[in-house]
Write a protein that binds this ligand. Sequence first.
Ligand SMILES: [Zn+2]
Length: 121
Amino acid sequence: MKKKNKKSNSKDIRAFSEKLKRILEDLQHKRDFEIRGQLRIGVVTNLDALAIIKGNRIYVNFNARRYPRPVLQYILSHEIAHIISKHHRRKFWEIVARINPDYQDGREKLLSIQATSSKNL
Ligand SMILES: [Zn+2]
């Protein structure tokens, strides 16, 4: 395992966080969905899941930093949809599609990454 010093790690975390913010802004500008309050992004290294949402704050696992953009778009739209719908039912996927009409592409890419990755995140 490669060891990284703390400084470069925090720089990478900030860069990833900025990237996610831009993707989130893109999703919000292009699509007509409204969320009360402002959505915030947090990048975390100590998360078992790929991403979670608490209130209006989306936490994304630092391990996702090299995922292609469509995957990150899917992850964010998935978490945003959880604000409205808790469970992965039909209504939930309709909301994801409204936020991000191309989500299937990102979802498939993510599933294939997870299938080939040893770490099941
Ligand atoms: Zn979910």
